[in-house]
Design a protein. Structure first.
Lengths: 251, 303
């Protein structure tokens, strides 16, 4: 089954400092409607890769395309207006604004008559948020913050949703809930790229996994296959604690 | 102490408050102390002065005072023109000076020093064009009205007080109730996340310059009407402006206005009780005290 590409990068090199690329030549292909998880050890460049795609880290060379359109040089605010929503790992909501204002800000790029409906749709999906829309977002719990951050990204009905470790700092029960929500969102046709440390939980919901090591793609494959792959199990799933440099082959 | 201190203080305070709103907005969104803001006040006053003079040449009926005030229709019309010109000047300074520095991710101290340079340049230009001689919007004399309780104020003074209240209320409603206001608060909290949620941060920055310059211009016209127009007028207001912006809490519009009134009242008390030569030291004392005792200001959020 071949599906149209939703998000691609080719020979992407990026990093905050020109002399110090963190992403060193990544070719990424994510198809429409796919649920892809980005795995890898700490410092592999997972966050930098998704921040580059979202327009927050300077691209040194290579390109990024959204549904075939080159968006390498586009600013962050342009990308979200064209269907690419990003949920950063930390500071992903406006704490001084209310829950409702956070959603209003996101909805602002939609046509006027569609805004209220999209915000109402988020309250329907995340009923906790709808209980106290006038509450300052800074007062929310960790799990509620992540829900608000995801809701905020979904307001604009993105075609591609990128999340940077939404499970960070959450209890296992809440993590399971967040991932089930993501699976449900994915089933409505939204392409999802998820950066995760929580490997087992991520592989359980994703279609495909990409393993990043030292700024390059080291391994990729079907999530179900990778979950049972002894090399991956050893290196990333904690089957055996090993600090050795990963030696992995293409699938 | 007399009740008149209250009127003097409120009038001086409303001008300080309007200027301080501009300082607090640029500080919270552009993240640097803009020392050229005082000179936007002077330029606003001179733009209005020049526009008013030109309107007076075009039609003498425009300079006939509107009773009970000391000025004719030329001044309100000229103020509208001056607001537009002052905003354009602020955008120009940002385009040639602050914008390129931001693009280069310059340190805050560089932006602050650049604003010092801009302040000196803008002030010298005013002296060059208009000389250092004081100028006046009108030659009409005004008789103060008795307000009861031993307080007196001229109609011009009462008008500026009312205008300050209207302008501050409008800015506060804009920030809290409109999409532009929400975007400004969002950029002030987290510029990077603002981009991610679809806010064009550069256009918000332009709106902040326009708004700050417009308020500075109104403050300049008020000061010019009630006192006189001088190239140094903005410089003299700079310390009280910063004292008010910090006392009110950076980013808080009502805070800046209330703190402006507090600084104005404190100055008026000092003038009455200690002597006029100590006026300027009051703002300085307030600034030092607030930085030591409550750095986040009255309405600011703790860092």
């Amino acid at each position: 089954m071949t599906r149209a590409p939703a998000l691609t990068t080719s020979a992407l090199v990026s990093g905050y400092d020109r002399d110090l690329p963190i992403i060193r030549g990544v070719d990424l292909k994510v198809s429409e409607g796919e649920f892809v998880v980005l795995l890898g050890p700490n410092g592999a460049g997972k966050s930098t890769l998704v921040k580059t795609i979202a327009g927050l880290v300077p691209v040194h060379s290579g390109s990024v395309a959204l549904r075939g359109e080159d968006i390498t040089a586009a600013p962050a605010h342009w990308k979200v207006r064209h269907g690419l929503a990003f949920v950063p790992q930390t500071e992903n909501i406006f704490g001084t604004l209310t829950i409702h204002e956070n959603l209003q800000i996101a909805a602002n790029i939609l046509p006027k008559d569609g805004r209220a409906g999209r915000i109402a749709a988020q309250y329907a999906m995340f009923p906790d948020l709808g209980l106290r829309p006038g509450q300052r977002a800074g007062a929310l719990s960790g799990g509620q913050r992540q829900m608000l951050a995801v809701a905020r990204a979904l307001v604009v009905q993105p075609s591609v949703l990128i999340l940077d470790e939404p499970s960070a700092g959450l209890s296992p029960k809440i993590v399971g809930e967040v991932f089930q929500r993501l699976k449900a969102i994915n089933s409505t046709g939204v392409t999802i790229v998820l950066v995760e440390q929580n490997v087992r939980a991520a592989l359980a919901v994703a279609d495909r996994a990409i393993i990043l090591v030292e700024g390059k793609v080291a391994h990729e494959g079907e999530a179900a296959t990778l979950a049972g792959d002894p090399i991956v199990a050893e290196l990333y799933l904690g089957a055996r604690h090993s600090a050795a440099t990963p030696v992995v082959s293409a699938p | 102490m007399t009740a008149q201190i209250l009127i003097d203080g409120l009038i001086a305070g409303s001008m300080i408050g309007l200027g301080a709103i501009g300082v607090t907005l640029t500080y919270s969104i552009l993240r640097f102390a803009n020392f050229a803001h005082g000179d936007m006040i002077s330029w606003g006053a001179y733009f209005a002065y020049a526009a008013s003079a030109l309107l007076g040449l075009a039609s003498t009926s425009l300079t006939t005072p509107i009773a009970p005030f000391s000025f004719g229709w030329s001044l309100p019309l000229a103020t509208v023109v001056a607001v537009v010109l002052t905003a354009a000047l602020a955008l120009l300074v940002d385009a040639v000076l602050f914008g390129p520095l931001r693009a280069r991710r310059s340190a805050v101290i560089i932006l602050v020093m650049a604003s010092f340079g801009a302040a000196l340049t803008l002030r010298s230009l005013l002296e060059f064009i208009f000389t250092a001689q004081p100028a006046y919007f009108t030659d009409e004399l005004q008789i103060a009205i008795r307000l009861g309780g031993g307080m007196r104020a001229t109609p011009d003074q009462l008008l500026t007080l009312a205008l300050a209240v209207v302008v501050v209320t409008a800015v506060h409603l804009m920030l809290t109730r409109t999409a532009i206001g929400r975007s400004m608060r969002a950029v002030s909290e987290n510029p990077q996340l603002s981009g991610v949620v679809g806010i064009d941060v550069r256009s918000v920055v332009r709106i902040v310059w326009v708004l700050g310059a417009a308020l500075a211009c109104v403050a300049g016209v008020m000061a010019g009407l009630l006192v006189q127009i001088r190239p140094q007028m903005g410089l003299d207001l700079l310390l009280p402006l910063f004292a008010a912006a910090i006392l009110g809490g950076i980013g808080s519009v009502p805070g800046a206005m209330i703190a402006g009134l507090i600084v104005g009242l404190a100055e008026a008390v000092a003038v009455q009780t200690i002597g006029a030569e100590w006026r300027a030291s009051v703002a300085f004392l307030i600034l030092v005290a607030i930085l030591i005792l409550r750095p986040q200001g009255l309405f600011g959020r703790a860092a």
